[in-house]
Design a protein around this ligand. Structure first.
Ligand SMILES: [Zn+2]
Length: 375
């Protein structure tokens, strides 16, 4: 993971980079921070920068063999430990490493719940026992593959039981040269105080609302600045929470927009009137958001219709919608539908009566979609 891909934390990144460049690499470091704040992402970026063969002042190169291996989380000198559920036979990380890599590559901001989902181990407890501590020792006894630092990244060490934590403590007390422990924790209170005292603290704060809002808008392009900011504030700097909120938000908008268009297409005037009433109750900001969301979705439909599906950026039920609705588009209506939504947005902004505006929009949409069927 490159530092540039980690959301926010500009000052902390600069400090971590500065430490490495000045040769101050603490033997054990505790990346501690709240859920969804990016502590794991930062620890991974730190490891990548430390091992990069061609880093510059701001980031790892992203291209050397070390960086390419880090991108896949398959660097031979980066050892990964994390909580797992125990079976009769298996109490170590090794059998789960491929799954963990995949989960973290998909989302370096994941939390324990998402990891549990990935393992499909709903009711099982995720733990780190003494076998994992032994696994750590065994991995540390391996020689560095590339001849440089060896990194032992332990995700959620607070889930170690007492025997495991004590064994880890012994390892930390006898530092080996060129070995760096990166402990990544969300709940340091659960960690042994003695372990805490052995590690240099890297305090990762919650994301700043502005950074989080910007990251949200990259993932949800239809969100306006103020909407993204509102979600960022409500989620208190937790990316996972914010993405959840934005998804729910989007889901509601999607269902509304899809079902309304369906009613327009079928010329169900009564249903369209009901949508108009619901629309009126939404409030102006949300009415605008619905129009922007609709525009976004219609643009995706237009791309599908223009036969450039590789540019279409939708998933799940949106994808289904895009495939179906794009069949209703033609030269005559594709721009007109877009213009109708833009115009509606424009008028909402200028305090148009929402009920009249929406029923007007519904009738125009019925006309535009009817044209498709005739031709
Ligand atoms: Zn590199």
């Amino acid at each position: 993971m490159l530092f540039s891909k980690v959301i926010g934390h500009a000052a902390l990144k600069a400090k971590l980079i500065g430490n490495i460049r000045e040769g101050r690499v603490a033997h054990a470091q505790l990346f501690m921070g709240p859920r969804g704040g990016g502590n794991l992402a930062l620890a991974l970026a730190y490891a990548q920068y430390l091992l990069c063969q061609d880093r510059d002042e701001a980031d790892a190169c992203g291209q050397c063999s070390s960086c390419l291996q880090m991108a896949k989380l398959e660097h031979p000198d980066v050892h990964l430990e994390f909580p797992v559920f125990f079976t009769e036979k298996v109490k170590v990380c090794e059998p789960f490493t491929a799954q963990w890599r995949q989960a973290v590559r998909q989302n370096p901001y994941l939390d324990i719940e998402q990891w549990r989902d990935q393992l499909e181990s709903e009711n099982k407890q995720l733990r780190m026992g003494v076998d994992i501590a032994q696994e750590i020792q065994r991995k540390l006894s391996l020689r560095s593959f590339m001849g440089g630092y060896k990194v032992m990244l332990i995700w959620l060490p607070e889930l170690m039981d007492a025997p495991a934590a004590n064994k880890l403590l012994k390892v930390l007390e006898e530092p080996e040269p060129n070995t760096v422990f990166l402990l990544v924790s969300v709940d340091a209170e659960q960690l042994l105080a003695t372990i805490l005292s052995r590690a240099q603290l890297v305090k990762v704060p919650a994301l700043r609302p502005t950074d989080l809002a910007e990251a949200l808008r990259e993932r949800f392009p239809e969100l306006a600045e103020e909407e993204a900011m509102a979600i960022a504030l409500r989620s208190e700097g937790d990316l996972l929470e914010a993405v959840d909120m934005a998804n729910k938000n989007e889901e509601e908008l999607f269902v509304f927009f899809r079902d309304w268009l369906r009613a327009c297409f079928k010329r169900e005037v009564n249903v369209a009137v009901e949508f108009g009433e619901a629309f009126q109750k939404m409030g102006r900001e949300r009415q605008k958001l619905l129009m922007r969301y609709g525009l976004y979705l219609i643009r995706q439909c237009a791309l599908q219709w223009q036969n450039v599906p590789e540019l279409v950026r939708v998933l799940g039920q949106e994808q289904e919608f895009v495939q179906n609705f794009s069949k209703l588009l033609n030269d005559a209506n594709v721009d007109a539908i877009r213009r109708e939504l833009e115009t509606a947005h424009y008028h909402i902004e200028r305090n148009a009566n929402p009920k009249i505006l929406f029923s007007d929009l519904s009738y125009r949409m019925m006309g535009l979609l009817r044209a498709t069927v005739v031709t």
